[in-house]
Every structure is written in C-alpha cells, then in structure tokens.
Write a protein that binds this ligand. Structure first.
Ligand SMILES: Nc1nc2c(ncn2[C@@H]2O[C@H](COP(=O)(O)OP(=O)(O)O)[C@@H](O)[C@H]2O)c(=O)[nH]1
Ligand SMILES: [Mg+2]
Length: 245
C-alpha cells in the first residue's frame, strides 16, 4: 500500500501564545492545549527574565520564539502567526499566556469554525455558554462598553471585542487590505485591528462562547493606565475614520 500523505498527521492550527514573564502560568496553559493532534503552540517569549521560554519548551511548545528584549504584545503575536504561516498551517489562533483562557475550548471553537464555513471565530465570554471566573474589578463592564463602541464603528454587533481568544483562516493574512506589519500595531492594538479588518473586509466572523479567568492573587494584566486602553480602542476609531489603514 502507498502510505497516505504525511500532511494528514500534521497540526492544522498554529496557536500563537505571547508571554512576558509568565513562568508558573505558561506551563499550565500548554498542559491544557488539546491533544487531538490538530493544534500546536507557538510561544513568543518577549524578553522574559523568569524562565518563561524554558518552561514553555518543557511543556511541549512546538516552537519558542525568543526576543532578546521586550517588543510588545502585538509584535509578539505577529511573530507567532508568521511562524505558523511559515509552517503552512491553514489556521491561526491566539491564546493568552497568563492562563486567562481555557485552551481546551479551542476544540469546540475549531469545530464550529469548520462546520459553519466561517473565516474567523472570535471568543466571547458574554454570549450563552461563555463564562467569567473570578472578580474582574470593573473590567467586566469595561469590556462590554468597549464592545458596544467597537460594534458601532465596525458596523456589526460583537459582544466581546477585547477577547484575545480567536481562530481564523491563515489566508486572511494574505489579503493586502490586512497589514499587520505596521509600526503602530506593536502593542494592544493588533488584536482589535485584526477583528475590525476581518469584519470590514467582508469575512464571515462568528462568535463562540469561552471562559475568561481573572486570577485573584497572581495578576492578570500588564496593561498600564489610560495609554494602553487607548491602544485597545484606537484601531476601530482610526480605521473607521480613515486615519489608518
Ligand atoms: N510577548 C509579549 N507578551 C506580552 C506583552 N505584554 C503582555 N504580554 C502577554 O500577552 C498576554 C496578554 O497580556 P495581558 O497584559 O495579560 O493582557 P490582558 O489580559 O488583555 O489585559 C499575556 O500572556 C502576557 O504575558 C509584551 O510586551 N510582550
Ligand atoms: Mg491577561
């Protein structure tokens, strides 16, 4: 018998996981990555000083990209997805490296993406089946208000536009209208940029319920002050008004 194509056994989703000083957490994230053979983790260790990269390797990351110095979460995600495309994975995904998402939920999200024929599945804690665990300290309402503003600007209702959890077809990044390699997208701007562009570009974007965990004692964000909130907010505004592309 002629052996079947090797590609049948290769992962189809490259999951980018940005991580800045997430030792103690990144291993937990990777341990929960689905073991059905469809997913591989690309961890981007952004100049961590706490052994994050070593922990990622020890817990089975397919690739660990190491930046000598901190470049920002957007730049890290971009690098992770670049590696996924180089590895010819037909789907790209994103998970936070600080154990706020549940990687096992990738399975149902991918199944829904495949069954529906959509191009992009965006995680939402605010639709039926979605969950928030732990006290958000004002962040819960903040994400809802943000999502309303985002929806108005995007012209489509999205319930959880700041949620990092997503899976999409790699081919989206071949679209010349979607350009992640811009210098203003190195921080928290990149994630809303891609969601906004996917919607406005006419791609089929669906939402899928996911869990978001707020750790009481470990910290859950590296966002600092109004400047980082503005970075989250500005892509929709700047793109809608034509200031950026
Ligand atoms: N590579 C990299 N990752 C970062 C940076 N800032 C945050 N992260 C990671 O990106 C993920 C989400 O960041 P976080 O600050 O928790 O965002 P939030 O949960 O949306 O407020 C976490 O895994 C962080 O370790 C950064 O400058 N570089
Ligand atoms: Mg976080």
């Amino acid at each position: 018998m002629i052996p079947g194509p090797q590609s049948g056994t290769e992962p189809i989703v490259a999951v980018a996981i940005p991580a800045l000083n997430e030792a103690g957490k990144i291993g937990r994230v990777l341990d929960k990555l689905p073991k059905d053979g469809r997913f591989e983790a690309i961890v981007v260790d952004d100049g961590s000083t706490d052994g994050t990269g070593e922990e990622a390797r020890a817990h089975g990351a397919a690739v660990v990209v190491r930046h000598a110095a901190r470049t920002g979460v957007g730049a890290a995600i971009r690098d992770g997805w670049r590696v996924g495309r180089e590895r010819r994975r037909p789907f790209l995904a994103l998970l936070s490296g600080d154990d706020q998402h549940d990687p096992s939920e990738l399975v149902a999200a991918l199944d829904e993406l495949l069954a529906s024929g959509a191009d992009y599945v965006q995680g939402s804690r605010w639709i039926r089946g979605g969950r928030v665990v732990g006290a958000t300290g004002g962040r819960g309402p903040g994400t809802r208000v943000y999502s309303i503003a985002f929806s108005v600007l995007a012209g489509r209702h999205v319930t959880d536009a700041t949620n990092g959890f997503r899976i999409f077809r790699s081919s989206l990044l071949d679209d010349p209208r979607i350009d992640l390699d811009q210098s203003w997208l190195t921080s928290y701007d990149l994630e809303p940029y891609l969601l906004f562009k996917s919607i406005r570009g006419g791609y089929r974007v669906i939402e899928h319920p996911v869990t978001v965990v707020y750790h009481a004692t470990e910290g859950y964000t590296k966002m600092r002050g109004l400047r980082d909130w503005w970075r989250l907010f500005r892509p929709a505004l700047l793109l809608r008004t034509g200031v950026k592309r």
